[in-house]
Design a protein around this ligand. Structure first.
Ligand code: NAP
Length: 331
């Protein structure tokens, strides 16, 4: 590979505390060292990418920077035996797009430990319709089942249901045979949520109880929460005996105000979900399930395509909770 070969990438630059997004040319030489050079064919937009693209130093310390925590593409150069030229691969999480040049560029170079071979049953594009969001939703379901969730007449609640993690949680749970209740602030998206498998729709306020009671009437076998804050607290207070709540996100708030009563009187489990550093064995298991028994039939309903040039306009939308489903970036 010619190290001076140019490629297109999003570049976020810092200028006196302001952050500007532009599409620019980089060279292979600009990429960090690593075992495998990948020609990125698809990426996707996640909430964390929008934080990186707008200067959140908790996500990205140094600028100029190319965000993109997800990438799917083809190996172009490899210094290790595990991967050969032409392999189709997925990279999600680890440091990709945080302080390592990410999937919003046509090339990435990463350590072999970050790479998963594309499982049979998934295309590169489908892997990015899932991306970190779908991987996180599936990891949450895996942990819920590992903690006793079983199919029943009961319901599993998904909060932030029209978002990336939320919409994929709805459709994966439905594919896996669960009755899904979807809580959303976008009540006009009821038909969308039903089309992807939700049996019941709740207004966001109905999942956000402001009473000071330590326990509420039990409703849910389990919860996949993508928003945190009082909605997470309400979920914990409303989960049935021995049920579990998987906490994935913080779009409402990172603060959790809860007593211990749901845990010590109802045996409720609070399960932390971290997709970024998920160990490889579990990572393979989750991607394999997403390519087979948990692969929804209606993935095409969940995403919009977008070019690198169009991506900038989506950043503010996702930060303001305005995106429905997933944005897949085509390179
Ligand atoms: N733990 C992990 O490994 C992991 C992985 C991926 C993402 N995350 C986190 O999960 C969260 C969701 O990520 P995402 O990529 O799915 O983002 P997203 O597409 O923007 O979805 C977030 C959804 O949350 C709801 N929402 C937005 N603002 C809200 C508010 N103020 N109060 C209540 N609900 C609100 C909206 O859904 P409705 O309009 O339908 O209510 C929105 O679509 C983020 O905090 C992200 O950082 C964590």
């Amino acid at each position: 590979m010619d190290n001076y070969k140019k490629f297109k990438a999003m570049l976020v630059e810092e200028d006196d505390g302001n952050f500007n997004i532009k599409i620019d040319e980089k060279t292979i030489n600009d990429l960090p060292s690593g075992d495998v050079l990948i020609r990125v064919k698809y990426s996707s937009l996640n909430y964390k990418d929008a934080l990186s693209a707008t200067g959140n130093k908790g996500v990205t310390r140094k600028y100029p920077h190319t965000p993109g925590i997800d990438a799917a593409g083809v190996v172009e150069e490899s210094s290790v035996n595990d991967f050969i030229i032409g392999d189709e691969v997925i990279v999600t999480g680890f440091d990709l797009g945080m302080n390592t040049s990410g999937g919003f560029g046509e090339y990435i170079r990463v350590p072999k430990e970050w790479i998963v071979k594309l499982p049979k049953g998934l295309s590169l594009k489908e892997s990015m319709i899932f991306g970190t969001a779908g991987f996180t939703a599936a990891l949450a379901l895996e942990k819920l089942e590992g903690n006793g969730l079983k199919k029943s007449e009961g319901e599993v609640l998904v909060t932030g249901a029209t978002g990336g993690v939320g919409s994929l949680a709805v459709t994966i749970l439905s594919k896996a045979g669960y009755n899904v209740a979807a809580a959303t602030g976008k009540i006009d998206k009821e038909n969308f949520l039903k089309s992807i498998g939700a049996k019941k729709i709740l207004k966001r306020e109905d999942a956000d109880n402001s009473s000071s009671k330590a326990l509420l009437k039990t409703k849910w076998d389990a919860v996949i929460d993508t928003v945190g804050g009082n909605i997470l607290a309400t979920s914990i207070k409303s989960t049935k005996y021995n049920g579990s709540v998987a906490t994935c996100g913080l779009t409402q708030s990172p603060i959790l105000n809860s007593t211990v009563y749901p845990f010590i009187l109802r045996g409720v489990n609070l399960l932390g979900i971290d997709s970024a550093h998920c160990e490889m064995d579990l990572r393979f298991k989750i991607w394999n399930k997403l390519s087979a028994e948990w692969k929804p039939d209606n993935l095409n309903l969940i995403y919009q395509e977008c070019s690198l040039e169009e991506l900038k306009s989506k950043v503010d939308l996702i930060l303001n909770g305005k995106i429905t489903g997933r944005i897949v970036v085509i390179h």
